[in-house]
Design a protein around this ligand. Sequence first.
Ligand code: SF4
Length: 327
Amino acid sequence: MRAALLRWYRRVRRDLPWRRRVSPYRTWVSEIMLQQTTVAAVTPKYEAFLRRFPDARALAAAPEDEVLQAWAGLGYYSRARNLHRAAKLVAARGEFPSDFEEVLALPGVGRYTAGAILSIAFGVPRAVVDGNVIRVFSRLFGLRGRPKDPAFVAKVWERAEALVPKDAPGDWNQALMELGATVCSPESPSCGACPVARFCAAFRDGLQDRLPLPDARRAPVPVRWTCLWVERGGKVLLWKRSPGERLLKGLWGLPEAGRVPAAPGRRLGSVTHSITHHALSLTLREGALAPGAPLPPEADWVPRARLRERLVSSLWLKALRLAPGRP
Ligand code: SF4
């Protein structure tokens, strides 16, 4: 089964930028970006990020705002902050660690990412388990469990660590992920084109559509914001959300009503946006500053032409379409 899957992977693997040239830094950045973001969305961002920050030293030396800006559009900005913090540790150390525990200790690196870096960039036989691998293993071996059940996930990890080959751990892990991403998809897997169909318990028993067992769905939490468009002399009032906010923590945004001394005025429109299990509904209104009222230290006037450098979340790109003159 392993030989069949590896043969298939080496024949069909997608030409992705992080596979063209492999280094611990390049693998690490790609794996962090690929957490929660699709390959199609990551590819152009990855190439631009690597041009801007070609190694850990360059990333460590950059100001945080520049790193967040390069991350714009990828979402889950705590990943960028952790990447930045970890780059400083790697730069101070002098080289990327090759010890599993040391890699695992870097901010933002979990067991999956550490396994990916070790196996792909260092050739160390460590497994990776993500949603793709859980689905593939559940079907291949006929394992009945729910992907969010920790006991089931632990069982898959155990299998995965036992199966990873010593001679090609990186290719093996990527082959599993590739199979999950392109053939053994969540809905209607392409079993007719699957290189390991003859070894697959779910295929044999006709259970491909029933495994893994479905997770109980969690309804997104509804959130409503009213934000203000306050403009003066070609500059727009922005506000930096504190690190303790529930959503978009530590990022610049248009100010929410009540956070700056401005009265909400004419309604400009509203947008909806999904963000980490929240269904956000944002209404944008014109805001008029109270004369002479002091602004909070988190507020800043930013020229219209430079708004996109600060407003990195795609929520704000939607909201800007509602603003007068669409900056
Ligand atoms: S045969 Fe079908 S269910 Fe089994 S691993 Fe291949 S694609 Fe997935």
